[in-house]
Design a protein. Structure first.
Ligand SMILES: Nc1ncnc2c1ncn2[C@@H]1O[C@H](COP(=O)(O)OP(=O)(O)OP(=O)(O)O)[C@@H](O)[C@H]1O
Ligand SMILES: [Mg+2]
Length: 291
């Protein structure tokens, strides 16, 4: 089960003579997995994830979700997708109706619908007071949270997010990532397309790296760093640079806390080095004295 992509190729119509946007892509995303998809601009990341819930259909190859073809309507519910400019996706008169839209399309009514709306709202940490407001009266950050809640109200099995932290301030980024972690703990599979690897790698179980429509790497975050793929997250790069200057630090570092712990080694090592130096110096002086 899971999301299964087999030999997927795709060209945008009108661009058939040019390079395909996806070329022979195969991958599997297990149920409940946290996956990061990385790669340069134009690598094909957005095109790939649009195949996960049937927004795009394969030109060649096959995509299934828990064994279902992506043309199946149930796949739209199973795979929740948050686009790059999700705040522009809102269209209902009130936040309540915005959140009820998805589940009511799938036949959910009455108390169950109400429960879904409140559950989704609490997952994005918004207050019930917001339900009667017009989505258009909200701040950009609130709009994004409402858009995410609208998807969560469908209780997706997989949540796919395209650059979810782009344009957010550092505090909002950290909060969003915390929310994603909470949602993942509820056994929802998370697929995040991100250029900011340092902020998503700590949570990831798998990294898929794309280049020019192909997958060039699949593996754990540790393997990704060891393989030396770019982009290397800044903290790992710092460790690499310090090692070039003679330090002996771990390079599979994702978080500031881990980096701090490694850097403290330098402090501990320094007095030792100084002592060695002064002992060596003393020995040399002694040797000279004896000569
Ligand atoms: N609607 C479209 N029509 C024609 N070509 C497109 C369309 N959308 C994307 N492409 C092309 O397909 C290729 C892959 O684009 P895609 O948007 O999947 O890349 P991406 O990895 O998501 O990039 P970014 O990091 O910039 O979002 C690019 O060459 C792009 O120009
Ligand atoms: Mg994209």
């Amino acid at each position: 089960m899971g999301i299964k992509v087999e030999n997927l190729s795709y060209s945008y119509s009108g661009n058939r003579k040019g390079k395909p946007a996806l070329e022979n892509v195969s991958l599997e995303i297990a149920k409940g997995e946290f996956v990061v998809i990385s790669g340069a601009a134009g690598a094909g990341k957005s095109t790939l994830i649009k195949h996960f819930n049937g927004i795009l259909h394969p030109e060649n190859g096959r995509v299934t979700v828990d064994g279902l073809e992506t043309r199946t309507r149930e796949v739209r519910r199973k795979v929740g997708m948050l686009f790059q400019h999700s705040q522009n996706q809102l269209f209902e008169e009130t936040v309540y109706r915005e959140l009820a839209f998805g589940p009511s399309n799938f036949g959910i009514r009455g108390e169950e619908l109400d429960k879904r709306v409140h559950e989704a709202l609490s997952l994005v940490h918004l207050d019930a007071g917001i339900l009667d407001r017009s989505p258009f009266s909200l701040s950009g950050g609130e709009k994004r949270r409402v858009a995410l809640a609208g998807i969560l109200a469908l209780r997706p099995t997989y949540l796919v997010l395209d650059e979810p932290t782009a344009g957010l301030d550092p505090e909002s980024r950290a909060k969003l990532l915390g929310r994603l972690q909470n949602i993942h703990q509820k056994r929802v599979g998370i697929v995040v397309v991100s250029h900011n690897l340092e902020e998503v790698l700590p949570f990831a179980q798998k990294v898929i790296s794309m280049d020019e429509g192909r997958i060039v790497f699949t593996g754990s975050p540790d393997e990704y760093l060891r393989a030396g793929y770019s982009p290397v997250p800044p903290l790992a790069r710092l460790m690499k640079e310090l090692n070039k200057k003679g330090a002996d630090l771990r390079e599979d570092i994702f978080t500031a806390e881990e980096a701090l712990k490694e850097l403290q080694k330098l402090r501990q090592e320094k007095p030792e080095r100084d002592r060695e130096k002064s002992e060596k110096g003393a020995a040399e002086t002694e040797a000279q004295d004896n000569a």
